[in-house]
Write a protein that binds this ligand. Structure first.
Ligand code: GSH
Length: 231
């Protein structure tokens, strides 16, 4: 029997209905309120593009390690039992990178980028993610102070990460630039002079910090998750 690849009228109508449910719904982002961690990349991107208030931020989840978190009821987690998670018109996903990409698509952020700017943006998004993982590793090191000293010291990962992009931050402010600025913000919170020897990076960072939406993103995340020294 021959089958058609073309949707029937009723299938098309159902598809349009589902699509409008997705695009009409205000996205709900689930992540602990006040903390500056995996959320800052998204908040910088949305803030800079005037979309921070176009999502609902649900931030009253219990903390990992508590019985309420383990019980896992009454709040949304990802399929892997983690945060962040995103709910949007029947779509429920985890993974920070996927959530960022989904919300950029939803709001049309970066939709008109040239291929070179898109490539540059993608590279910076991944660079910011590597930075996050590097800080996470030091934060959970057996001696946090020693591990953070090594990361911020001469020959450490912070200087390497900063040096690599010192000459590559000009031009269009893309999602990648905003994720990188958020990563720089985590550096500065841990060590206020972290950018001082990287003149172009510091100028870039200071410029992004002037944006009202980025200021709102910072205000929304006052408590750094990563710590510089052992407790
Ligand atoms: N690959 C995930 C990792 C998410 C993740 O590690 N979330 C942490 C908080 S930042 C978490 O939920 N930890 C609690 C747990 O794993 O039980 C992403 O990029 O979003």
């Amino acid at each position: 029997m021959l089958t058609s690849n073309h949707p029937s009228d009723s299938e098309s109508a159902l598809y349009s209905k589902n699509m409008s449910a997705i695009t009409d719904a205000k996205p709900v982002y689930h992540y602990w309120a006040g903390v500056a961690s995996r959320n800052v990349y998204l908040f910088y991107t949305l803030g800079y593009n005037g979309k921070l208030d176009s999502i609902t931020h649900k931030g009253d989840q219990p903390y990992p390690g508590t019985p309420e978190w383990s019980a896992g009821s009454g709040f949304t987690k990802s399929k892997m039992g983690q945060l962040p998670a995103l709910s949007m018109g029947g779509v429920e996903i985890g993974q920070s990178r996927a959530i960022l990409a989904t919300l950029c698509k939803h709001f049309g952020i970066g939709s008109d980028l040239s291929v070179p700017d898109y490539a540059k943006s993608e590279e910076l998004v991944d660079h910011a993610s590597d930075i996050h993982n590097m800080l996470g590793k030091a934060h959970y090191g057996s001696d946090r102070t020693v591990a953070m000293d090594a990361v911020f010291g001469e020959g450490g990962g912070v200087k390497k990460a900063l040096g690599a992009f010192e000459d590559h931050l000009d031009g269009t402010v893309t999602t990648g630039h905003l994720c990188y600025a958020a990563a720089l913000n985590l550096f500065v919170r841990l060590q206020p002079d972290a950018l001082d020897n990287f003149v172009k990076t510091k100028a870039f960072y200071d410029k992004i910090q002037e944006n009202e939406g980025v200021k709102a993103a910072n205000e929304r995340s006052p408590y750094p998750y990563f710590k510089r020294n052992s407790d």
